[in-house]
Design a protein around this ligand. Structure first.
Ligand SMILES: *Cc1c(COP(=O)(O)O)cnc(C)c1O
Length: 382
């Protein structure tokens, strides 16, 4: 639902496309020049908006795009021909034919998929491009690394399939470097077990954002898959990737709808979950879980008003959240309230906002609802 243009915004996400472009360039500059940049833009580009994000990333120099499904892949294809688009998730059988229609690359994990894609290619008299996905310890997608050689053999026999790449995904690159190294070793061993596979002719990739911390220039890796980091968010707080100096693309704002006094001892919010300890001034802000403030933030989160952190009081509700502004002089209806981002000298990171609901930035970004318009900023501040 688009807001009526003349109405003010009540709750919105600001997306800084110029920062996105700078981030991609900084990440690129931190990598050896031969490494291809796969921009991961699944789930509406991590909630930033697929069209605007992808258009800017194309302009900024992304080499490929990776998404979760055919709908997302088709949306990218309609924006620009020429960029390979890789689908990371398995396809449903009825979706196979769209690989050719939209010129999409599929990830292959099983012989059943090989049979299906071969049949689609044969029927159309064309070739389906694929990347071989190898499971090195995540236990999710991909052929188990010890069985990769056999699947590769089957792929090579399929006349209507072209193998463009091979990849794996790290399960714990953010907190277990030793297991990540083990996954790298398993991946390399699996590639060696594929008779006739020449890695220099394929796209070979493993690193997600967190993987970039332990990435090495070593052969045969020649691509990375970057999601979170390009949006200026570190995969964990102590990440060495801070040295890349990316900046947040996303910020999340709302406004104060009502300011009022309440006496000490008042039990407030749904189920009267909070008793005011002192005479208070509270502000009711124009956003709740209907916008993407998790209910688990109740009585825990903080929100910036006039550059000051204000505590959430009681339950987050669907359309409103109550905050304590007793110590912030002059708060008025209409003031901006910032959930994630900067306000004067105050700042709340998405990591901190996520932690208040025991969540992670990836999930927070996917939880900002459709009611929240995304407002795009460009370098000109338009
Ligand atoms: C989502 C995803 C990525 C990107 O991960 P980030 O941690 O956001 O960089 C990379 N590879 C695969 C297979 C993914 O599903």
């Amino acid at each position: 639902m688009q807001p009526v243009p003349s109405l003010p915004l009540r709750c919105w996400a600001e997306i800084d496309l110029a920062a996105l472009e700078r981030n991609l360039r900084l990440i690129r500059a931190s990598l050896p020049p031969h490494i291809k940049y796969v921009a991961v833009v699944k789930a509406d580009a991590y909630g930033h908006g697929l069209h605007q994000t992808v258009a800017r990333l194309m302009h900024a120099g992304a080499d490929l795009f990776a998404v979760a499904n055919v709908t997302e892949a088709a949306a990218i294809r309609e924006l620009g021909p020429g960029w390979p688009v890789l689908i990371l998730s398995p396809l449903l059988p009825e979706e196979d034919k769209y690989l050719l229609e939209y010129d999409i690359t599929a990830a292959v994990s099983s012989e059943e998929e090989v049979e299906r894609f071969e049949a689609v290619g044969k029927e159309a008299g064309r070739v389906v491009p694929v990347h071989l996905k190898i499971d090195t310890g995540m236990g999710r997608l991909g052929v188990w690394h010890e069985y990769a050689g056999r699947l590769y053999e089957r792929l090579r026999q399929a006349e209507h399939i072209r193998i463009d790449g091979a990849f794996t995904h790290f399960s714990s690159a953010d907190d277990d470097p030793a297991f990540t190294d083990e996954q790298r070793r398993r991946f390399l061993a699996a590639l060696r077990s594929c008779a006739g596979l020449d890695p220099s002719r394929l796209l070979i990739h493993a690193d997600n954002s967190a993987g970039l911390e332990t990435a090495h220039d070593g052969q045969p890796f020649n691509a990375v898959r970057v999601g979170l980091l390009q949006f200026g968010i570190l995969p964990h707080p102590n990440s060495m990737l801070a040295r890349v100096h990316t900046e947040p693309v996303f910020s999340f704002h709302t406004r104060v709808g009502l300011v009022k006094r309440l006496p000490a001892g008042t039990d407030i919010s749904y189920n009267r979950t909070r008793t005011l300890k002192r005479d208070s001034v509270v502000a009711v802000i124009c956003a709740g879980y209907g916008d993407g403030i998790a209910r688990a933030c109740s009585d825990r989160a903080q929100i910036l008003v006039r550059g000051t952190r204000c505590a959430v009081l009681g339950r987050v509700t669907m359309d409103q959240t109550i905050i304590d502004v007793t110590d912030v002089p002059g708060v008025r209806c209409g003031d901006q309230a910032t959930l994630v981002g900067r306000q004067d000298s105050g700042q709340i990171s998405i990591a901190e906002f996520s932690a208040w609901s025991d969540s992670i930035p990836w999930e927070t970004l996917c939880s900002v609802t459709k009611r929240v318009p995304r407002v795009y900023r460009t370098s000109l501040g338009l």
